[in-house]
Design a protein around this ligand. Sequence first.
Ligand SMILES: C[S@@+](CC[C@H](N)C(=O)[O-])C[C@H]1O[C@@H](n2cnc3c(N)ncnc32)[C@H](O)[C@@H]1O
Length: 354
Amino acid sequence: MLNHLLIYCRAGFESEAASEISTRAAELGFFGYPKFSPNRAFVLFHLTGQQGAPELMEQLKFRRLIFARQWVACTDPLSNVSTKDRITPLLAAADGLPQSAELFVETADTTDGRNLNSFARKFGSALSGAMRQAGLMLPRKQRANWRTHLFVIDGQTFWLGVSPIKNSCRWEQGILRLKFPPSAPSRSTLKLEEAWHWFVPKADWQAKIESGRTAVDLGAAPGGWTWQLVNRNMFVTAVDNGPMSEELMDSGQVDHRREDAFTFKPNKPVDMLVCDVVEKPSQVTELMAKWAVNRWSTILIFNLKLPMKQRFNEVESCLEQLQSILAEAQLSYKLEAKHLYHDREEITVYLELN
Ligand SMILES: C[S@@+](CC[C@H](N)C(=O)[O-])C[C@H]1O[C@@H](n2cnc3c(N)ncnc32)[C@H](O)[C@@H]1O
């Protein structure tokens, strides 16, 4: 039975990922306990009831999870695998899994994990060949509901499992690797680009992140997020007391206002609001609620900086605070949050009003 749910997360956020999956599973009547070691970048949730991980994955939307980069329904771990023949026991374990057409061979996003990458790549291609030969994998182009994952802990310890293609992350290791654009003025730029990739379906990019649209960037300096907006040919009001990159200002698409983000009011509504102000998460939440209730923008993308402790509880409380204000204002909306790969001590929230 696939009664382990393996969750990948950023190293140092295991406790948040564990609290989150325990809470979301319990809300759906699934019980179990999480196991993790600090800084290993993964959590195991062991389901103890009649139903296993695939049943939980049927009822819980992966997008509901903030701290999980990926989830995999796993068998028991394979440990003490002989280095002379690793393939045979893995083929035996793969025999009971739902059929899939692709294999992701992954390691934890840690230094130890990275040191295993070259072994994982080589071994993965040998294993996928052997699985195909043994009839344990569908032809590459065949449609499947599941994807197989081999999570390599070390040369002798593996977790083997599956994730539902339509309810998981499509990127290996749950990580979107983006190239840093050399002309962008700060590394933060990748946070906004990743947010678009995660929250906005590609088919909607044209309509939502389009040439000629208007945006406000709160806490904009030196301009990494503004750079992304300008790069999509948007017109941006950049609000920050700090200096903006001169090159960006030369684009002629940026109006820099040296004002306080908490009192700034746009002259007329804009198409997109982004906010990367470093402030208490509850204050930023309140500010975003004000923008939404006034309909100053219908798409809001913002970061909530996380406190040192009780990070999961703080996130839950901010999102509840926002939802209750939106409900009171009778707004209908889509709200999602994610601890993105390019986020560190913060999460990114996407709010779209209908
Ligand atoms: C993390 S940085 C933003 C980085 C920016 N997103 C980028 O990609 O380059 C946070 C910014 O928020 C600004 N900030 C903090 N409090 C603010 C406030 N009350 N009003 C306006 N800007 C504020 C700071 O000056 C700082 O430039």
